[in-house]
Write a protein that binds this ligand. Structure first.
Ligand code: IVH
Length: 685
C-alpha cells in the first residue's frame, strides 16, 4: 500500500533515498553536491522523525549504523567462497614469469597456434589494510567478516556497519542487484586519520598502533561497535566473491573492469587508480607511477595487483589452495635506503640500559630524513657485523624508529675493527653489567646520563609537568653539577641558573617558579614521575586511586599490589623491589620533604553508580584525567551510550555519541557541566 504523500512514512523514505544518494555522490563519485551541514540537517530531520515514529525505523536507515550492545565474542562465519591470498613478488623476474605464464595459458587455451593472443589485465593499487567479506541479501548488508583463515572469519557485521563509506543497502537505479551478493573489500585507515588516532591514544595514555593497517584491523576487532564507530575507517571493494539470483544475464559483468563498474553502480566505493594494461611495460609503468605517488597518497599501498581482466579466462585458470592463478601482487620494496655508518655510540637511557645507536649520513626514508637508527643491543651489532665506516641498509617500517637491516659488502675497502660495547658506562664510568643481550649501567643513583633521563621524566607532562625542564635543560643541570640527585631540583635558585647557557632572567625565574609550583602535585603524577620499572601513567593512577597515600605504597607488599586491577605478579615484584632499595628509599624520603603529593582529591561517592560516557576533546583535562576524576567520585565510565547511561560528556567534535544520547534522552553535559559536577563532589580542577 502506498503511504499518503505527506505522511511521516513517505518523508522517512524520501530521506533514506536522499541521504543514500548524497552518500553515494560523496563516497563513490567523489563529487558531493551538498555541504556537510546540509547533509547533517537532513540526517537530523530523519532522526527526529524516527524518534517520534519508532515504528518507521528500519535496519538500513542511515541512523542505524551503530548498534548499542557490545558483543561477548565474534561469531565464526563461513565465507561464501574461499578468500584466497595473492601470489606475490617484489622483483621484475617474478612479474615476468607471471606474465609469461598468462600469455602461454591463454595462447594454448585459444588454440590459435600463434602464441600471440592479446592479454588484457587490470592493474590496481595493492591496498595495505584489512581484508573483509561483505554480504548483501536482497540488497541489504546482512553480514561482514574478517578474512580469518580464508575459509572462515570472524563476524564483524556491527562494526562494518559503522563505516560511513559502506552502504547499508545497495543502489539498483543503474543495475539490478542480485538477491545474494558476497564481495571482497579492503578496510583502510587514511594516514591523516591514523596520525590523529594515535595522537589521541597517546593523550589517553593507551597503546598506539604501529601502522594504519594494524589500526584498521584492530579497530574492526572491537567487541564494542561504539569503539569502531569512533575510528575513522574507510573501505574499497574490489571483487565479487559469489552472487546468486540475478536475472538479466547479459548485464552480468564479463570482465574485471565491468565488475568494478557494477560495484560503483551499486553504490560501493572502488579505488579510482585502477586501469587496464596489456603489456609488461604498461605494468611496470603503473608500478613506477604508484611508487612515486606512494608518499603523497592519503592511504597506504604496498604494491600493485595485476589481474587478468576476462572472467571466463580466470575460471579456466583456477586457483591453488593459496592463491588464484590469474592475479599477481607486484610489491614495492620496503622503504629502505643505503647510507654510510659514521659511528656507533652507546646511549644510556633513564633506566641504565645502554643502547648502541648508529649515527649515519642522513638519508631520506619514506619522506623523512633520518640520521640515527637503533642497533638494539651488543648481540645485534655482532650478529649484523656492522662496523663504523660500513655501508649499511636502513629501513623505516611504518612510523617506528629506523633500523639497520644489514651491511653491504665493499670488498676493496678496509674495514674498521668490530665494534665493542664499552666495559664501562660512557657517562659515569661504572662497569656495565650484562643482562641477557643488554648492557646496563648499575649506577642507578649517580650516573649523569641516567639522572638526566630521570629528571626529564620526572618533569614530563604526565609526571610533575614542569615547563622548561626538557632534555637539554636536564642535561645542563646535571653537567654543571647543579643537580646531583633528583631532590636537588627543589633547591635550585635563579642565581645559579642565570650564568648557564640558554638562560635569561625570565627563563631562570620561570623555571624556579615552575619547580616550586610542582611541589603541590597529585599522588599519581608523583608515582609516575619516579620512573618505577613497568609503571606507566595509567598504572600510577591505579596505584594512587587504590592506595591513596605514598606511605601506603611503601607499605604494600606484592600481594597487596596484585589486588589492584591491572597489576600482575611481575609488575608487583618490580615495584616492591624498586621501592625497597635503600638508595631509592632515601631519595624518595628527601623528595617527600619538598613534594606533597595529594591523594586523588575526593574520596567522595557523590557520583556512586552513575554511568558516564566521554566523547570529544576536553580543554581542561585529557580524557584519561576526566575518567580518573569521575571514578574517584564513584562513577563508572564506559564507552558506549545506552539507555543505562546517566551522562554523556560532550567536548569538542563529539560525533555520534552525543547524537545517540540526545536520541535516548540521556543528559548531555559540556565541559563546564562536568566541572560543576566534579566541584560538587569536592574536586577542583
Ligand atoms: S585481490 C583472490 N586486489 O592483498 C583475489 N587483493 O596479499 C585476492 N589486497 O588478502 C585479492 N589490495 O587483502 C586484491 N586490489 C587488490 C588488493 C588486494 C589489497 C590484499 C587482500 C589480500 C592480500 C593478499
Amino acid at each position: 500500500m502506498m503511504a499518503p504523500p505527506n505522511s511521516p512514512e513517505t518523508r522517512v523514505r524520501e530521506l533514506h533515498a536522499t541521504l543514500r544518494h548524497h552518500a553515494y555522490l560523496y563516497y563513490v563519485k567523489n563529487r558531493p553536491e551538498i555541504s556537510d551541514e546540509a547533509y547533517d540537517e537532513l540526517y537530523r530531520e530523519l532522526q527526529d522523525l524516527e524518534s517520534r515514529h519508532p515504528e518507521l525505523v528500519t535496519p538500513d536507515s542511515p541512523t542505524q549504523r551503530v548498534g548499542i550492545q557490545p558483543l561477548d565474542q565474534f561469531p565464526t562465519v563461513e565465507h561464501a567462497a574461499p578468500m584466497l591470498s595473492l601470489d606475490s613478488g617484489a622483483d621484475r623476474e617474478s612479474l615476468e614469469r607471471f606474465d609469461t605464464r598468462m600469455r602461454k595459458a591463454l595462447a594454448s587455451g585459444l588454440d590459435t597456434g600463434t602464441g600471440a593472443a592479446p592479454v588484457r589485465y587490470v592493474v590496481e593499487p595493492k591496498l595495505d589494510g584489512a581484508s573483509v567479506e561483505l554480504v548483501y541479501e536482497e540488497g541489504r548488508l546482512t553480514r561482514a567478516a574478517t578474512r580469518g583463515d580464508g575459509q572462515r572469519g570472524e563476524g564483524i557485521t556491527e562494526n562494518i556497519r559503522t563505516i560511513g563509506a559502506v552502504p547499508l543497502s545497495l543502489r539498483d537505479e543503474d543495475r539490478p542487484v542480485p538477491g545474494f551478493l558476497a564481495l571482497r573489500a579492503e578496510v583502510i585507515m587514511r594516514v591523516a586519520a591514523f596520525d590523529a588516532l594515535n595522537a589521541r591514544l597517546l593523550e589517553e595514555d593507551r597503546p598506539t598502533f604501529a601502522n594504519p593497517r594494524n589500526a584498521a584491523a584492530g579497530s574492526l576487532r572491537q567487541l564494542d561497535p561504539q569503539i569502531t564507530a569512533s575510528r575513522p575507517l574507510d573501505i574499497y571493494t574490489y571483487d565479487i566473491l559469489a552472487a546468486v539470483g540475478y536475472d538479466s544475464e547479459d548485464r552480468w559483468p564479463a570482465s574485471h573492469r565491468e565488475t568494478l563498474e557494477a560495484l560503483r553502480e551499486w553504490g560501493l566505493p572502488v579505488n579510482e587508480l585502477s586501469r587496464p594494461a596489456e603489456t609488461i611495460e604498461d605494468i611496470i609503468a603503473f608500478h613506477a607511477e604508484l611508487k612515486s605517488m606512494r608518499d603523497d597518497l592519503d592511504y597506504e599501498i604496498d604494491g600493485i595487483v595485476i589481474k587478468l581482466d576476462e572472467l571466463t579466462a580466470r575460471d579456466e585458470l583456477g586457483a591453488t589452495s593459496h592463491h588464484p592463478r590469474w592475479a599477481f601482487a607486484y610489491k614495492f620494496a620496503p622503504r629502505k635506503e643505503v647510507t654510510r655508518l659514521l659511528s656507533i655510540v652507546p646511549s644510556v637511557g633513564r633506566t641504565g640500559t645502554v643502547t648502541p645507536v648508529a649515527l649515519m649520513r642522513p638519508v631520506e626514508l619514506g619522506g623523512v630524513t633520518v640520521s640515527r637508527a637503533t642497533l638494539h643491543n651488543r648481540e645485534e651489532v655482532a650478529r649484523k657485523d656492522v662496523r663504523e665506516g660500513d655501508l649499511i641498509r636502513v629501513q623505516r617500517a611504518g612510523d617506528v624508529i629506523p633500523q639497520v637491516i644489514e651491511r653491504i659488502e665493499e670488498p676493496d675497502r678496509a674495514r674498521a675493527g668490530p665494534w665493542k660495547m664499552p666495559a664501562a658506562c660512557p657517562s659515569c664510568g661504572t662497569p656495565l653489567v650484562e643482562r641477557g643481550p643488554f648492557s646496563v649501567c648499575p649506577n642507578l643513583l649517580d650516573c649523569p646520563a641516567q639522572l638526566t633521563g630521570r629528571i626529564q621524566h620526572f618533569a614530563s607532562r604526565h609526571a610533575l609537568d614542569i615547563e622548561g625542564l626538557g632534555e637539554e635543560t636536564s642535561h645542563t643541570l646535571v653537567q654543571e653539577g647543579l643537580v646531583r640527585h633528583l631532590p636537588d631540583l627543589f633547591s635550585l635558585t635563579a642565581e645559579q641558573l642565570l650564568p648557564l647557557e640558554g638562560f635569561a632572567d625570565k627563563s631562570a625565574i620561570g623555571l624556579v617558579q615552575a619547580i616550586h609550583a610542582a611541589r603541590e602535585t597529585e599522588l599519581a603524577r608523583f608515582i609516575y614521575g619516579l620512573g618505577i620499572p613497568e609503571v606507566g601513567a595509567a598504572v600510577a593512577r591505579a596505584l594512587a586511586q587504590d592506595l591513596r597515600s605514598f606511605g601506603a605504597l611503601l607499605d604494600a607488599d606484592e600481594e597487596r599490589l596484585q589486588a589492584i586491577e591491572g597489576i600482575g605478579p611481575i609488575m608487583a615484584e618490580q615495584i616492591v623491589a624498586f621501592l625497597r632499595r635503600p638508595t631509592v628509599a632515601k631519595i624518595i624520603r628527601e623528595l617527600l620533604s619538598f613534594v606533597r603529593p595529594a591523594p586523588p582529591e575526593a574520596t567522595g561517592d557523590s557520583l556512586a553508580g552513575r554511568r558516564f560516557v566521554l566523547t570529544g576533546g576536553l580543554e581542561r583535562f585529557s580524557r584519561a584525567e576526566a575518567k580518573a576524576a569521575l571514578e574517584s567520585l564513584g562513577a563508572r565510565v564506559t564507552s558506549s551510550v545506552s539507555a543505562q547511561t546517566d551522562y554523556v560528556v560532550a567536548g569538542e567534535n563529539p560525533g555520534s555519541k552525543r547524537e545517540r544520547a540526545l536520541e535516548l534522552g540521556v543528559t548531555v553535559l559540556d565541559e563546564a557541566g562536568l566541572l560543576a559536577l566534579l566541584e560538587e563532589g569536592g574536586i577542583d580542577i
